[in-house]
Write a protein that binds this ligand. Structure first.
Ligand SMILES: Nc1ncnc2c1ncn2[C@@H]1O[C@H](COP(=O)(O)OP(=O)(O)OP(=O)(O)O)[C@@H](O)[C@H]1O
Length: 219
């Protein structure tokens, strides 16, 4: 499903060049559940951003179902991301001005899904994640676990084939963390491919395999 070939990526700024990924190659099959682990600064988030088409690379190829993506125009990358990829960010990235319902529904609005279907899917997920009773609340009025569940609902409401999760339990206690990991497991069993960055050996047990990084390399 996914093949990264010889990816190099540096950040360029006032402090000169900072290499973040050095000759990274990675193959992920459809239906896999991969945990990416490694010390702080080794390039995990950069790798996830590259996989999510949020970051350009200096060189290398990104194949997704036989299509090379790095050469696409920005608008085609946007369209690809909307259709195929769901992101779960560490800091939730929910929009404070919108209700939980509106946050979860938003990707469907962008995708041009009709209102009846939007409602069915949004309510279905909110129900499944025990958030229906909080659907009119703003994100800041929810607990950390509820916010993370809402962020996952938003990430998966378009039924993406690839879910990218950056430390999805990072801000949660163990009970909420388990709920989130079980939810990711359910989505994986439903056919979604998952790539998850984590510092937690416990969370990595939910994955089928662990990819270890150090200094911008995959070991
Ligand atoms: N915007 C940026 N500008 C310059 N350097 C950056 C930028 N973002 C990341 N880096 C550098 O790139 C390297 C990889 O960073 P990255 O965030 O991918 O690491 P990480 O493994 O996700 O770390 P952590 O576990 O602490 O989140 C680090 O050396 C970091 O300092």
């Amino acid at each position: 499903m996914i093949e990264l070939k010889n990816i190099y990526k540096s950040y360029y700024g006032n402090n000169g060049q900072t290499p973040a990924l050095t000759d990274v190659s990675l193959t992920v099959d459809a239906g896999d559940f991969v945990a990416v682990m490694g010390p702080s600064g080794c390039g995990k988030s950069t790798l996830l951003n590259v996989l999510g088409l949020l970051d350009d690379v200096d060189s290398g190829q990104y194949w997704f179902n036989q299509n090379e993506l790095m050469h696409l125009s920005e608008s085609r990358k946007d369209a690809f991301r909307q259709t195929h990829i769901g992101f779960v960010f560490q800091g939730f990235n929910l929009i404070d001005e919108l209700s939980i319902y509106e946050n979860v529904e938003l990707p469907l609005v962008y995708a041009g899904v009709g209102s009846a279907e939007r409602r069915t899917r949004t309510e279905g997920l909110l129900e499944q994640l025990s958030l229906m009773h909080r659907r009119h609340y703003r994100p800041t009025q929810l607990s950390g676990g509820q916010q993370q569940r809402a962020a996952i609902a938003r990430a998966v409401v378009t039924k993406p084939s690839l879910i990218l999760a950056d430390e999805p339990t990072g801000n949660l206690d163990s009970t909420n963390g388990d709920t989130v990991m079980r939810l990711l497991t359910d989505l994986n069993e439903g056919g979604a491919t998952i790539i998850m960055v984590t510092h937690s050996d416990y969370d990595a047990l939910y994955a089928h395999r662990v990819v270890r990084m150090i200094d911008g390399h995959i070991l």
